[in-house]
Design a protein around this ligand. Structure first.
Ligand code: NAP
Length: 294
């Protein structure tokens, strides 16, 4: 393997130990940050993601509140749960685990959240502030996966100003907000945002200094598409259940051969996923600090 591994587990562990110190400082002031999770239904992937988020909270010393509704929950049940999380003072920030079951309007539910408590950074107010590039008093939670990607690249010394980044996938949680974040003043990348209707994706990817694949198509990005030395971040996660063992395996969007060409490569699992989770905890703690005037 040529590429340096962008080790999300190790980077997230370092970040979480810094966050744990901030939590200790808050606790010394009598403030205990808390994360809430709202899970609707029994999707195995979602159950496992939510469990991981609660483990992360325990690791950095913050409280967590779990609200689980059955798949039969109505939109009104979800509205009521969101209202309770908005009102709960023990919850500094919370997430609504997506996707919600069919028939529940996700965008309408996200809009009901208190934007300051939106730890995923997906409320229209927070996405709007991402577009505006505001900071300071109006500091808003950033979407966790894009923020985790920028944080990881920074910690590995992969600079972004002047670089050409090709983002594959224009989804709400990764591709679209990532394009906005990367082109923010101070980050200063030049971004090509591609999707399923992009003609000749291979040609676009070959021009990239940094490739970020957030699609959900296993092995989409091939070795011969990648410019030698480019940094490649594999965000895609496809769960494949082995028929004989019944065990689930996670597969990324990047073909294994890319490791022979790229300069840096994030694996699946153990790449962007742990960074996403660490940034969620960071958003909860940052909001607690903001409220405390720290
Ligand atoms: P999404 O909303 O379904 O978006 C997928 C995007 O991929 C769409 O923009 C789609 O294009 C594009 N696409 C589909 N097939 C393509 C192809 N053959 N060539 C080029 N583009 C194609 O999904 P998402 O929520 O953004 O998530 C994307 C992936 O990242 C999923 O596998 C998800 O599980 C994973 N994910 C990982 C993390 C993490 O922390 N590691 C976090 C979030 C998501 P159109 O818009 O034209 O349909």
């Amino acid at each position: 393997m040529v590429a340096t591994k962008l080790d999300g587990n190790a980077t997230a562990a370092a970040l979480k130990s810094e966050i744990a110190e901030r939590v200790s400082a808050l606790k010394a002031e009598g403030i205990v940050p808390g994360l809430g999770t709202l899970l609707v239904g029994e999707d195995p992937g979602s159950i496992s993601y939510v469990a991981g988020k609660h483990r992360d909270c325990a690791e950095v010393g913050i409280e967590s509140v779990r609200v689980d509704l059955p798949a039969s929950a109505t939109e009104q049940d979800v509205r009521d749960a969101i209202a309770e999380l908005n009102a709960n003072d023990a919850v500094t920030g919370y997430i609504v685990q997506l996707p919600l079951p069919a028939g529940i309007d996700e965008n309408a539910m996200l809009e009901l959240m208190d934007p300051a408590k939106d730890s995923d950074g997906l409320h229209p107010t927070n996405l709007g502030r991402l577009v505006l590039g505001v900071s300071g008093e109006l500091h808003s939670p950033l979407p966790c996966t894009p923020a985790g990607i920028v944080e990881m690249l920074g910690r590995y010394g992969v600079t972004l100003p002047g670089k050409h980044v090709v983002v594959v996938g224009r989804g709400l949680t990764v591709g679209r907000p990532l394009g906005l974040l990367l082109t923010r003043k101070g980050i200063d990348a030049t971004v090509t945002l591609t999707h399923s209707r992009t003609p000749n994706l291979e040609k676009e990817v070959r021009r990239a200094d940094v490739v970020i694949a957030a699609v959900g198509v296993p092995g989409l990005i091939k070795a011969h598409w990648v410019k030698p030395g480019a940094a490649v971040l594999d965000v895609g996660i496809t769960r494949v259940v082995d028929d004989t063992t019944g065990k689930a395996r996670l597969i990324g969007d990047v073909d294994s051969g890319v490791a022979e060409v790229a300069g840096f490569l994030s694996p699946v699992p153990g790449g962007v996923g742990p960074m996403t989770r660490a940034m969620l905890v960071e958003n909860v703690v940052a909001e607690a600090e903001r409220r405390a005037g720290l």
